[in-house]
Design a protein around this ligand. Structure first.
Ligand SMILES: Nc1nc(=O)c2c([nH]1)NC[C@@H]1CN(c3ccc(C(=O)N[C@@H](CCC(=O)O)C(=O)O)cc3)CN21
Ligand SMILES: CC(C)C(=O)C(=O)O
Ligand SMILES: [Mg+2]
Length: 273
């Protein structure tokens, strides 16, 4: 490392090579300043379609568009110097197959400068993943609880409690691994299934609501910082930013109403002469 202790720029193959090694530290990011804060500590930052719920107030991720992902991807890229940045392909942009997925992924790569895209497993996911990877687009997989299926499943349902679910999750992970995915998010599955998936694939697995047996972990940053209110039970809260923001805003409101803000030092003076 250089004498300035600036961590070197990570690459997609470097992430892939971490299978079974040092755990991968991953978080979501949606804005430039937050990406800048996370970047020195993270190996991979995901511009998740969770942005629709966390930032835009949508009930699930189905309403997130490609234009929204591009705007947030551009913002995050401006804040990052070290981590690999992955942008979620949103609902409706890849499920129809390679002919749909390729132009959408090219837009994400070209208009944001991101390093890779992520696809939730769906019908034909092996073929679609291979098509992108073989044309220069690194793909991260996502199996288990697939938030974009929320309308079909009637909500966010954990996976792995029936044999059929376990087979499906394992098959989808194997298909994306064989197709060349460089990493696979394993979300909302029983701990033993997450371990089984991790042992079944060559790509590193990134757990969320899964197991410490995964090769890395990811959380939605706003959840672990206590910014987003309704969090899944697998979240560990490392800060209570809502508890800091509320009193700060209340104090500002009091100062304004009492005429205590702005003070003289917070006003522009007239230039002498
Ligand atoms: N803020 C936020 N955090 C996330 O982790 C997240 C998002 N948004 N949006 C996209 C998906 C949706 N996710 C979710 C959302 C809710 C549950 C949830 O309510 N789970 C139930 C358990 C369901 C079950 O047991 O089947 C829970 O009680 O935690 C899980 C994952 C994960 N992702
Ligand atoms: C929860 C992670 C894996 C995700 O897909 C997102 O933030 O959209
Ligand atoms: Mg997502």
């Amino acid at each position: 490392m250089s004498k300035h202790a600036e961590p070197a720029r990570l690459t997609v193959p470097a992430i892939r090579a971490r299978k079974g090694g040092e755990k991968l530290v991953c978080l979501t990011a949606y804005t430039a300043p937050m990406a800048g804060l996370l970047d020195p500590h993270a190996d991979l930052l995901l511009v998740g379609d969770s942005v629709g719920m966390v930032v835009h107030g949508l009930p699930n991720t189905v309403g997130v568009t490609l234009d929204m992902m591009i705007l947030h991807g551009q913002a995050v890229m401006r804040g990052v110097r070290h981590a690999v940045v992955v942008v979620d392909m949103p609902f409706g942009t890849y499920e129809a197959g390679p002919a749909a997925a390729y132009p959408a992924a090219v837009r994400l790569m070209q208009e944001t400068g991101c390093h890779a895209v992520k696809l939730e497993a769906c019908a034909g996911i092996g073929e679609t993943t291979a098509f992108l990877v073989q044309r220069g687009i690194p793909v991260m997989g996502h199996v288990g609880l697939r938030p974009q299926a929320a309308m079909v499943e009637g909500g966010f349902r954990a996976k792995g409690r029936t044999e059929a679910e376990r087979m499906r999750v394992l098959d989808e992970a194997r298909a994306m691994d064989a197709a060349g995915a460089f990493a696979i998010v394993v979300e909302g599955v029983t701990g033993d299934l997450a371990g089984e998936v991790t042992r079944a694939v060559g790509a590193p697995t990134i757990g969320i609501g899964a197991s410490p047996d995964c090769d890395g972990q990811i959380l939605v940053t706003d959840d672990m910082l206590g910014l987003f209110e309704r969090v899944p039970r697998f979240v560990r809260r490392y800060a209570d930013l809502r508890g800091i923001i509320g009193p700060a805003v209340a104090a500002y409101a009091e100062d304004v109403r009492a005429g205590r803000f702005p003070a003289p030092a917070e006003q522009y003076g007239v230039k002498p002469g």
